[in-house]
Design a protein around this ligand. Sequence first.
Ligand code: FPP
Length: 233
Amino acid sequence: MAESLKHIAIIMDGNGRWAQKRLLPRSAGHKKGAENVKIIAKAANKLGVKYLTLYAFSTENWNRPKDEVDTLMSLLREYLHSDFQELHENNVRILFIGERYMLDDDIVKAMENLEKQTAQNTGLTLCFAISYGARQEMLQAVKNLACLLKKGDISESDVDIQTFSDMLYTKNIPDPDVLIRTGGEFRISNFLLWQLAYTELFFSQTQWPDFDEKELESIVTQFKSRERRYGKI
Ligand code: FPP
C-alpha cells in the first residue's frame, strides 16, 4: 500500500554555495532561496501535502557574521510584509517555531499577526523554523516538565511520549513523514531531533535555490514506494 504523506520537512541548505558559484555575494543566494520558498510551498500545496516545515534560521546561525545575520533578518522582514500575503491568498496557514525572544520585537509582532490572520486557512500549513534548535527545544520541554512535576501538577507516571511531544513547539503537528536536505550534506543539524524518529530521509545534491517542483515530485514518488515498518516486521 502506498504510504500516506502528510508532512514534509526541509533543510534548505546551499544558498551560499549557489551564490559563490555564480560569483555573487552570499546574500544573493539567500534572496533566491527565499523566492524558492514560495514556489515549493505552492507545489507542496498542489500535491496535497498538509504540513511543510522549513528550516530558515537555526539557533547556531546567530553565530554567522553580523552582516549575514542582518541580511537574513531583513529578508525575513520583507517576507513577513509581502510574500506571505500571497501565500495567505492561497489558503496557506502560517506558523513559526523557535526562540522568539532572540528576534527583534517588530519581527515577533509581524509573525504573531500572520499566525492570527491565517489561522482559519484550510490548505497547507507552512511552518517556519526560525531561531530554532531541537536540543534547545527538548531542553526547554524537560525544564517545563520538571516544573510541573515539582508543583505536583502531574505525576511521573503521567509522563509518556505523547506528554513530551505536547511540550514541544510542534504540539498538534504530526511528525514529518519525509525530511529533505538539499545542498549535498548528510546531516540533521539540530533540526526536529525528536520528531524525526521514524521519518524517511532524502538527501539531494541540488542547492536550495535550484530545488524545483519536479525534484519534489520525484521524492514524493520515491517515498510512496518505501515501506515504513516503525520497528515492526
Ligand atoms: C543554508 O544555506 C540556509 C540558511 C542558513 C538560511 C535559509 C534561508 C532561506 C532559504 C531564506 C530565508 C527564508 C525566509 C522565509 C526569509 P547556507 O547559507 O548554509 O549555504 P551554504 O551551505 O552553501 O553556505
